[in-house]
Design a binder for this molecule. Structure first.
Ligand code: 9MR
Ligand code: 9MR
Length: 862
């Protein structure tokens, strides 16, 4: 797997990405190859060939030509083909032809079953030119098919054009296609950048047993540092012999650095205080173009403008008046327009929507509660979305787009199962690619309410109530009510599970919901402070049991979200220290895994196995490590997160950055029906900041492209940047939310300098509380050696509290943020001295937990 040459064209590779295909000619194996095509050179006119209705063909200069009318919608609106071609299972075929057409028009060549369901053995797209050009594809038949069909789909162009075809050949006995990824230089780095004071590691793929010298060169080629690699032996996740390389001693900033070792020079990278600033926004801007039910403005998202999808306009059949699936009918319809499309499909799933919107709201919460957080970074007008400049942080505006969809999925009052949430809404049948959301003609249905979906709604609506309280009291109240209703409904129906199987959408099946109960209870408790939810938290087995798995959490396993939230969002739960300790203990496990892994990967299962969406799991594991850093300030956790970014951005076996637009070799063909540039050059690639699901070594879940190309792969090699490889290369709202959370964290680390010691302590004491208010006294103590002369103390009230009458300090509030300034007469605080001010606060009706993070003149008090 370490010799990076592309030996043969991919079986299902679009010619657009592979260039004109340069497959080895079909070779004779044991038996002489037999030509399956009749009259492939058209010496006998059009004998043996058919054309779809309305297509006139004629043989011109020995080639078959067709006038193709413009203005049709789909590739299959015009077809030329031949039937009755026998295919043998496991036999490899070379399929070749010469074709010409209008410049840039794409022909889709298929070898497939001639009738529904059109089981496909080859599906290749090639861009044509005015001059005849040869194309060749190799594929291995997956089953016997006595009467396969070759079809050239030529519809879908805007203008009339002429298609000409010659020398069509389908020969058995070809060498089976072998996919060899181009893995570039054997020195693997974070292709984006390293922080000046942060860890700096690379991995070298080499057979050498002994340490190797390395050199770090700046952009001019001047060697600025050198050292020796550390042999690490055989890495099971890549099946490679590797060395690790630590150049952390070099702390100067610059661009275009390279590392050289064992005769190979890495891709270039930066050392900068802010290599992730753009990523932190791009990863969030991703959500706007995933929106359903709203026109995407090309001004806001240049290159991505498109009509609103599923907004009740033909040919769409959703989502404004959707009823239940015919197998599980109901007598009502719901308007479930809006929300985000889950991934590359047009489905919208409450379970996965839940964790995604939660992580976005957590980006906001962390900015307020973490010592390195920065509310300004997630403020209003920080993203490219239509709601900029409306006085609400943009990340919350984006979250609200999904939240309102989740709320709309709740079964209305008076119906059976009222208060539960429908599991999902999606097409009756799977659609093909590409397909713009507004062109999807399938009927769409609500799928039965599930306990997991209901608890996802309860958890996220509770969080919504909390984070929106300072900005929109009415919306916060709507969320609060929906959350409590959902919780009660889940208690009443604790075992309604979505199953696997079904057509037209993903399953998101989940029959273990103790974890969702725990997470929802935690969010409800944090928002309301109510005894009922506190008991649900402390009474849950998962509260003290094993919550963190080897790979943290995902849409199916959400118990860790409860722990992380209880650890970080202000609250007064008994046993809070144990909760925090459990997060740190989990982080210790991940830290040990990362330290042991020669690529710094935070997941380190025994056999190196990786599953569907492994990059999402890698990033969620980093969320736990990052939270441990937020809780303890211990730089080892922060450094493991920074090192985790290296893996995602190129320091891996494939030398692959899994984020579009970031790094020299970035993923650009994620499975998507509308970012489908690989299939249709007039469509865009996914926007910058889109994460690919990444390596998936679970062969049982592979799609046909992964099956055809990845057989026998070592885990890290089980990935292909191909649009049809959905089990290794899709994009999703839940993987990007992990990327967004972690990108915000690493951006907050600045240069990754050692944390400075705190020089203050704050005592925040509530002296009296009543139904609607409370009085508080705040004491600031100078614990440093320097006198303070003039002070400003800041905190966030994220529970919706607001400050009123105050004394001995000048208090101001903007949204959740409170700033108190001295009154001149109390501006000085000498070392060891303190000053006190006070105020009367108003409560919003929810939890009244005191703020836990205070900044004196910008520096965090401890
Ligand atoms: O496009 C679908 C993708 O979003 C899903 O993750 C995947 C697995 O459920 O399925 C994809 O759809 C394929 C379907 O499962 C089988 N027919 C081909 C579809 C891709 O066009
Ligand atoms: O991310 C999901 C993964 O954990 C599952 O193993 C897989 C098969 O059920 O489905 C993934 O989710 C897909 C969903 O079903 C449909 N939309 C695209 C999602 C990502 O591929």
């Amino acid at each position: 797997m370490t010799t990076p040459t592309r030996a043969l064209a991919l079986s299902a590779c679009a010619a657009l990405t592979c260039g004109l295909l340069t497959a080895a000619p079909a070779q004779a194996a044991d038996d002489d190859p037999v030509e399956q095509i009749v009259n492939g050179d058209f010496s006998d006119g059009a004998t043996g060939w058919w054309a779809s209705e309305g297509i006139e063909t004629s043989v011109v200069d020995g080639a078959l030509c067709a006038d193709v009318p413009g203005g049709t919608e789909n590739p299959w609106d015009a077809i030329i083909g031949q039937n009755d071609l026998p295919l043998e299972a496991d036999e490899s075929y070379g399929f070749s032809y010469t074709a010409s057409g209008a410049d840039g028009v794409v022909v889709r060549a298929l070898v497939q079953e001639p009738v529904d369901p059109w089981r496909t053995e080859l599906d290749a797209r090639s861009a044509l030119g005015a001059d005849p050009a040869p194309f060749e594809h190799v594929f291995t038949a997956s089953a016997d098919m006595p009467d396969a069909q070759v079809a050239f789909q030529i519809g879908g162009a805007d203008e009339d054009w002429t298609f000409c075809l010659d020398d069509v050949s389908l020969l058995g006995g070809a060498e089976p296609p072998v996919y060899e990824p181009d893995t570039g230089p054997r020195v693997r780095v974070n292709q984006v950048g390293y922080l000046p004071q942060g860890p700096k590691n690379a991995t070298v793929v080499t057979d050498a047993e002994q340490p190797l010298p390395w050199e770090l060169a700046d952009a001019d080629g001047t060697v600025v540092a050198e050292g020796e690699t550390v042999p690490r032996g055989l890495d099971p996740s890549s099946d490679q012999n590797v060395h690790s390389l630590d150049f952390g001693g070099f702390t100067e900033v610059g661009t275009g650095f390279t590392l050289t070792a064992d005769g190979e020079t890495s891709h270039p990278f930066d050392i900068a205080a802010d290599p992730y600033v753009d990523l932190a926004t791009d990863a969030l801007d991703f959500y706007y173009t995933q929106r359903s039910g709203i026109e995407i403005s090309d001004e806001i998202a240049p290159g991505y403008g498109r009509p609103a999808g599923h907004a009740g306009v033909e040919p769409n059949q959703g989502d404004t008046e959707v009823t239940c699936h015919p197998d599980t009918p109901c007598d009502y319809t719901l308007d479930v327009s809006g929300g985000w499309y889950d991934a590359g499909d047009h489905g919208k799933y409450v379970v996965n929507g839940g964790i995604s919107v939660h992580q976005l709201m957590s980006v906001y919460e962390r900015a307020h509660h973490a010592p390195t957080g920065d509310p300004d970074r997630v403020a209003d007008s920080s993203l490219a979305i239509p709601e900029r400049d409306n006085g609400v942080p943009d990340v919350l505006d984006e979250a609200r787009w999904e939240m309102e969809f989740l709320l709309s999925m709740q079964v209305p009052e008076g119906e059976e199962l009222a208060g539960m949430a429908h599991h999902k809404v999606h097409d009756a049948e799977w659609t093909g690619l590409p397909l713009m959301p507004d062109r999807d003609p399938q009927p769409r249905y609500l799928h039965p309410p599930s306990t997991a979906a209901t608890l996802n709604l309860a958890a996220t609506a509770a969080q919504c109530a909390r984070v929106f309280a300072p900005y929109d009291a009415d919306f916060a109240a709507t969320c609060a009510e929906a959350a409590e209703t959902a919780w009660d409904a889940a208690l009443e129906h604790p075992d309604r599970f979505a199953t696997a199987g079904g057509q037209g959408g993903g399953p998101y099946d989940d029959d273990t919901v103790a974890d969702e109960f725990y997470w929802a209870a935690a969010e409800l408790y944090l928002t309301t402070g109510a005894a009922e939810y506190q008991e649900a938290v402390t009474g849950a087995e998962l509260h003290t049991g094993e919550a963190f798995t080897d790979s943290a959490f995902d849409w199916r396993w959400t118990a860790p979200l409860g722990r992380l939230q209880l650890a970080t969002v202000p609250n007064t739960l008994d046993g809070r220290d144990e909760v925090r300790a459990s997060v740190v203990a989990a982080a210790d496990e991940y830290l040990a895994a990362a330290e042991e892994h020669p690529y710094g990967l935070v997941l380190n299962p025994e056999n190196g196995a990786l599953v569907w969406g492994s990059n999402g799991l890698v990033l969620n594991t980093m969320v736990v490590l990052a939270t441990a850093y937020d809780l303890t300030g211990d730089a080892r956790y922060r450094d493991a997160v920074l090192e985790g970014m290296d893996y995602v951005l190129g320091r891996n076996a494939l030398n692959q950055s899994y984020v579009t637009g970031y790094g020299e070799n970035d993923a650009v063909n994620q499975h998507s029906r509308w970012y489908a540039a690989q299939l249709d050059p007039s469509l865009p690639h996914p926007p910058d900041g889109t994460l690919s699901g990444g390596p998936n070594s679970d062969t049982a879940t592979w799609d046909p492209v992964s099956q055809a190309n990845l057989e026998g792969c070592a885990p890290q090699f089980c990935y292909i940047d191909h649009i049809d490889a959905w089990s290794t290369n899709e994009l999703t709202i839940n993987w990007n939310s992990a990327l967004a959370w972690v990108s915000a964290f690493v951006t907050d680390q600045g240069e990754a300098a050692p944390p400075t010691a705190s020089a203050c302590e704050v005592d925040y004491t509530v002296h009296g509380a009543w139904e609607s208010g409370f009085t508080t006294q705040v004491t600031i103590r100078n614990t440093g050696d320097e006198p303070v002369d003039g002070w400003e103390l800041g905190w966030s009230f994220t529970g919706g509290q607001s400050v009123g009458r105050h004394w001995s300090g000048d208090l101001e509030q903007s949204g959740p943020r409170v700033t108190t300034r001295d009154l001149d007469w109390n501006a000085a605080i000498d070392p060891g001295e303190e000053t006190t001010f006070g105020f009367v606060g108003t409560r919003s009706g929810g939890s009244d937990a005191a703020p836990e993070l205070f900044r004196l003149n910008g520096a965090v008090c401890g």
